[in-house]
Write a protein that binds this ligand. Structure first.
Ligand code: NAD
Length: 284
């Protein structure tokens, strides 16, 4: 295995730049960076997030790996541009929060699933976005899920594992379908609930005055409603069926809770709250 793989990160935002910075600062790769629009990649070089700027995706240096750090719905146009470079590559991977749709996009754009392609998703993040939010310790002791495909080569799986472990992540493998189901329940649904609750309360309250009275519980619950709307728009549009399945189960349970409150059914409320507390106590 190459001692210092040559890695190009396309999309130097929170995740892409944090990954680039972690690789560079740990001497785990020689890192090239590309971002649309003038200035971002240059700034990343000045901040020592990357080693070298790539200006043109159609004229790439020799690479071992390309990491797609762009939002899910920006992957197709990027792939169109880097198509010619894929034949010599050991690894093509992404960081998208949904996996089924990314696989479909790659298949449709390239006409095949190349052996170098291993989808991935770091289970770490923040409500901030962009290069300024880059943090080289973001992935330390966090999971990085890879969803290798039947077409993925052993060399690609080995390199993706090596790179993310070098960034401090615990790399685990699961199927695309399981990933999308699990993340719909543990990440996508909670974000939808937080966006929805904060929106409802802010529309009911003049100048969001109600938030003045919010205590720690609301602060904890609503923190993720400050996440990037475009990124979450992409996620909800691309993990539709898994999200709808868990949302409908949740709506049914919520209706039962509504009924219990209406009917003063304390026993039911206590039973649900006790079960939930036991589950939450176990997981922390
Ligand atoms: P971000 O907005 O911080 O970064 C995206 C970067 O890609 C920006 O610098 C943007 O300018 C650039 N970009 C967009 N379109 C481009 C294009 N066509 N060509 C080149 N550059 C382009 O977003 P992020 O939070 O880093 O999210 C990136 C991906 O990571 C998303 O797919 C998201 O689902 C996933 N993800 C995010 C988190 C999180 O907590 N933010 C966690 C895990 C995974």
């Amino acid at each position: 295995m190459n001692q210092q793989p040559k890695v190009l990160v396309i999309g130097l935002g929170l995740i892409g730049a944090s990954f680039a910075k972690a690789l560079k600062s740990r001497h785990a790769a020689y890192v090239y960076g590309y971002n649309r629009g003038a200035g971002v990649a240059q700034q990343a070089k000045e901040l020592a997030v990357i080693d070298e700027v790539v200006d043109d995706l159609q004229s790439l240096p020799p690479l071992d790996c390309i990491v797609l750090g762009v939002p899910v719905l920006a992957i197709a146009p990027v792939l169109e541009q880097i198509k010619p470079a894929l034949s010599g590559l050991t690894l093509l991977t992404d960081v998208g929060s949904v996996k089924g749709e990314v696989v479909t996009i790659v298949q449709q754009t390239l006409g095949e699933l190349p052996a170098c392609f291993v989808p991935g998703h770091p289970i770490a993040g923040a409500e901030k976005s962009g290069l300024a939010a880059a943090n080289e310790t973001l992935f330390d002791d966090h999971m990085h899920i890879i969803t290798p495909l039947a077409s993925s080569s052993a060399a690609a799986i080995e390199l993706v594992t090596q790179l993310w472990q070098a960034c401090g992540a615990d790399v685990i493998s699961m199927s695309v379908e399981k990933h999308d189901e699990v993340l719909a329940a543990t990440s996508h649904l909670p974000h939808l609930l937080a966006f929805s609750l904060v929106d409802t309360l802010s529309r009911e309250s003049e100048n969001s005055e109600i938030f003045k009275y919010a205590a720690g519980g609301f602060r904890d619950f609503s923190r993720i409603a400050a996440s990037d709307p475009t990124m979450w728009h992409d996620i909800f549009l691309t993990n539709q069926s898994a999200l709808l399945a868990v949302l409908r189960r949740f709506q049914a349970d919520l209706s039962q809770l509504e009924q219990a409150v209406e009917q003063g059914d304390g026993a039911y409320l206590k039973q649900v709250f006790t079960q939930a507390k036991q589950s939450r106590d176990h997981f922390s």
